[in-house]
Design a protein around this ligand. Structure first.
Ligand code: PHE
Ligand code: ZN
Length: 880
């Protein structure tokens, strides 16, 4: 915790490390109250550096001893300033021995070495290693690690670290030891250890080159019945990376450890991935379909990091998207390939588009907007964002769209050929893509350096006599903090043209036949694309498969949108047409609601929904996506002045209208989409459950008694968590008389399942009937724990981020609550506090009355004298 003005760090100030580290030997005497860490490192001066002092970072450490080439250093031989320990006049080659003390049980920030439910866990990304020992803790310093762990055998029977186990044994006095060696040089952020009472599911797995690897999933006793899906996902990930990218597992052993106390989703430590339990534990009784899918994606993500992140890592933290954007793209492709069918893939893609619009576009339009490769930061932990991750993945996807799948693979191959074992920059990835394909991708660099969401405006003109269709595309990008003016991006715009029959017209530009989807490259502020041989006036299907992370504007008529909604061969754009139809209406309804007028919904829209709902040729999963309305925050994002209550009223009205006017069809759908028999998490079953439960939700949005009876019945008879929470959700959101009792039963049945109790809190936190007083009451529940990130997210963050009506209550009580919780959390866990502080990002877009309260709350937090850099950066950017 610092109280002085936080320092801003700039990308342009990068300098190479003064010393390089060859080997690190770490010895741990693990004790929750007082752990001794002995660190012996061999270093040599870096010829590429002008700087001659040794620079080591350390935080919350007690320095016990420091020796250089065997000689103990006294207070005059080194300087400590803040987190930096500097040694001047050191020789070319150095062996440093450093002994420090730390207190894992007092570590509530969950960065460095900490204790979770009695077990030792580490988390070192981004800068947690310096909380374990003094070290040049920066990703461009890569070294070989040997680790000796010593601990009480009864309390910590399992001792794990990166790489291979080379020795283990007894120490007498009830203690034991294990020695691990990691053959691969790695940056310190990939270091990990676990000392714990755990059990594992393990398996030998044959790799493509014939080697066998030992795969393990480690969990607390009692959770062994929930590891199977993670293990299956791991095996599928290994296979997929072999097949799609020719990348093999480079270790004899690959371990996953689950912990209930974790700031993020999971961590790709070399050979020893550490996961939030949320992304490991699953069986049908406790996990939903979404949980199953999340586990597959995150297990894949962390595994894929072994090549994109570990073998090739980042030069500095500004390059974070080099590994994260690329690895998210890889896990998205993996998930798509696992579903297999083209409509399944589209549903997967639609989910990605939704996340972007729901979370990334707002970030890009708010005070924390930053380029995919930021130019500066105060606290790097604040930059593990949807921009670096999800927009970063879109940037990687655009290479594939521009170069084709094969061209992209060539680029990947060249990237590994050039950079295996190195710490590199985003520009190196771009060069590999360009060079492998003989393409100039200079302009593409702007996707890394310019923040903000580009707007692409399209206009079409059909010339009947010339049989040409001219598409005029223009682009602009709104100003963002520090970037008032933008240069044009290199944007791939995938386009199709639909004829009156709904079929795709063949596309020809400059005599070149382009099939039925053409990828147009928009590189200037304005360009015309002329399609020839166009037999009829077409309806354009623009930005197919969401080919670029932009806002696409085109003056569609209702008739054109209905045409696309019924016929577009590109499922993502078919869905998109439906979203446009809904959004237009939701915005109008919101206006009417704000003015206190009478709400109504047109037949045309209801009929379009009816058609999709009852079209049995369409996958249930796709129908569910197409029938789902834009969320309240997506609606808010379209408004100049946000009024949360009218938005809620409008959306609820629309839901109730659909529920009532499609009552029979929804009921029939509900009945026809049952998935009897044993639970299976395949895409087809998941889609059926999703559609069925959406039907239930729409029915539940009407006052009809019948729907609530169905929900109650489903709640009682459910054989899986997906159906159970869907039914409970329907009861809660309808404020049904049966809801409180159902909630109690749910709690009693799952009291011992922490992840299910998280759902129990989250469902209540997001109910429109839950006000601040109710949240405060829930915080007093014995199962609530301010130190556990999952619990905090499920109650406090869910309320602030996903209960807009109550969070934005007219009396400002939601904001006052927010300030109080940010301050309280900051004293325990700055990263979690900082995430919560982002709930206020877009405060300037609300009504003046709400703004005044929000400003007051922000100022209250900013006025704290003791505040972490994490929260300080977010609130000061919000207020500036
Ligand atoms: N690198 C992790 C991932 O994306 C995320 C993470 C960051 C986890 C920082 C912990 C701390 O896979
Ligand atoms: Zn990652």
């Amino acid at each position: 915790m610092r109280t002085d003005t936080p320092q801003t760090i700039y990308r342009k100030d990068y300098t190479p490390p003064s010393y390089l580290v060859d080997t690190v030997e770490l010895g741990f005497d693990l004790d929750p109250a007082r752990t001794i860490v002995a660190n012996r490192l061999t270093m040599r001066r870096n010829p590429a550096s002008a700087q001659r002092e040794i620079e080591l970072y350390g935080e919350e450490l007690e320095l016990v001893a420091l020796r250089l080439n065997g000689k103990t250093l006294g207070k005059r031989d080194y300087r400590i300033e803040g987190n930096l320990l500097r040694i001047a006049h050191a020789p070319e080659e150095v062996t440093l021995e450093i002994e420090t003390l730390c207190a894992p049980e007092k570590n509530t920030a969950l960065s460095g070495l900490y204790v979770s439910n009695g077990n030792f866990i580490t988390q070192c990304e981004a800068e947690g290693f310096r909380r374990i020992t003094y070290f040049p803790d920066r990703p461009d310093v890569m070294a070989r690690y040997t680790v000796m762990l010593r601990a009480d055998k009864e309390r910590f029977p399992v001792l794990l670290s990166n790489g291979n186990l080379v020795e283990e044994g007894e120490l007498g006095d009830g203690r034991h030891y294990a020695k691990w060696e990691d053959p691969f040089p790695k940056p310190s952020y990939l270091f990990a250890l676990v000392a714990a009472k755990l059990v594992c599911q393990e398996e030998k797995f044959q790799l493509a080159d014939g080697r066998e690897a030992l795969l393990q999933v480690w969990v607390e006793e009692g959770n062994l019945d929930k590891t199977d899906h993670a293990m299956q996902s791991l095996k599928r990930s290994i296979r997929w990376d072999e097949e799609r990218y020719g990348l093999e597992l480079d270790l004899d052993r690959f371990m996953i450890v689950a912990t209930g106390d974790f700031n993020m989703g999971a961590m790709e430590n070399k050979g020893l991935n550490i996961f939030n339990t949320k992304y490991v534990l699953a069986n049908p009784r406790v996990a939903t379909d979404v949980d199953f899918q999340g586990i597959e994606a995150v297990v894949g993500h962390e595994y894929f990091h072994n090549w994109t992140g570990n073998r090739v890592t980042c030069r500095d933290w500004f390059q974070l998207s080099l590994k994260e954007g690329l690895t998210v793209f890889r896990d998205q492709e993996f998930s798509g390939d696992m579903i297999g069918t083209s409509s399944g893939r589209a549903v997967n893609r639609i989910d990605q588009v939704r996340t972007l619009r729901q979370v990334q576009f707002p970030e890009d339009a708010g005070p924390m907007a930053h380029p995919v490769r930021p130019d500066s930061f105060v606290e790097i932990n604040n930059f593990y964002t949807v921009t670096v991750y999800e927009k970063g993945a879109e940037v990687v996807r655009m290479y594939q769209t521009l170069l084709g799948r094969e061209g992209f693979r060539k680029g990947m191959d060249l990237y590994f050929e050039r950079h295996d074992g190195q710490a590199v920059e985003c520009d190196d990835f771009r060069s590999a893509m360009a060079d492998a394909n003989g393409r100039n991708l200079d302009q593409f660099e702007r996707w890394y350096s310019q923040s903000g969401t580009p707007v692409v405006q399209a206009e079409g003109r059909y010339d009947e006599s010339a049989r040409t269709y001219t598409l005029k595309l223009s682009q602009s990008c709104p100003p963002t903090p520090g970037q008032p003016d933008k240069l044009p991006f290199h944007i791939p715009v995938a386009v199709g043209l639909l004829g009156a029959s709904g079929r795709d017209l063949p596309l020809t530009i400059d005599g070149k036949e382009l099939g039925t989807t053409a990828v147009l490259e928009l590189t200037e502020s304005e360009q015309n694309f002329v399609f020839s041989g166009v037999a009829e006036s077409p309806t354009p299907s623009l930005l197919r498969d969401f080919s670029a992370p932009v806002v696409l504007k085109y003056g569609y008529s209702d008739a054109e949108l209905l045409h696309l909604f019924s016929h577009d061969s590109d499922p993502v754009n078919r869905w998109e047409a439906g979203q446009r139809l809904s959004m237009e209406r939701l915005l109008k309804l919101t206006e009417v609601a704000a003015a206190g007028g009478e709400l109504s919904l047109d037949d045309t829209f209801v009929e379009a929904m009816r058609k999709i709902l009852t079209d049995d040729t369409l996958d249930p999963a796709f129908r569910e996506q197409a029938l789902l309305l834009p969320s309240e925050s997506m609606i808010a994002d379209q408004m100049d002045v946000v009024q949360p209550l009218p938005i809620h009223t409008a959306r609820q009205f629309m839901r109730a209208e659909i529920g009532a006017r499609l009552h029979n069809e929804l009921l029939a759908t509900y009945r026809s989409q049952q998935t009897p028999g044993e639970y299976s998490a395949d895409a087809e079953s998941i889609g059926r459950r999703a559609l069925k439960n959406l039907a239930l939700a729409y029915l539940g949005a009407t006052p009809a008694e019948q729907a609530l009876a169905l929900a109650q019945e489903q709640f009682s008879n459910a054989t899986n968590m997906t159906d159970r929470v869907a039914a409970l959700g329907a009861l809660i959101h309808a404020n049904a008389p049966a809801a409180p009792d159902a909630l109690n039963r749910f709690y009693d049945e799952f009291e011992d399942e922490a992840l299910v109790i998280d759902k129990w809190f989250a469902m209540q936190a997001t109910a429109a009937t839950t006000d601040v007083a109710k949240v405060r009451k829930l915080m007093k529940h014995p199962a609530f724990n301010m130190r556990n990130p999952n619990r905090v997210r499920s109650l406090i963050s869910s309320f602030c981020a996903a209960n807009p009506v109550q969070f934005h209550a007219a009396d400002g009580s939601g904001y006052a609550f927010w300030a109080e919780q940010v301050i309280a959390l900051d004293a325990l866990n700055p990263q979690i506090a900082s995430r919560l502080s982002r709930a206020m990002d877009r405060w300037r877009r609300y009504t003046p009355e709400l703004q005044a309260y929000m400003k007051q709350a922000l100022e209250k937090v900013a006025g704290q004298t003791k505040l972490s850099n994490d929260v300080r950066e977010v609130v000061s950017k919000a207020l500036s």
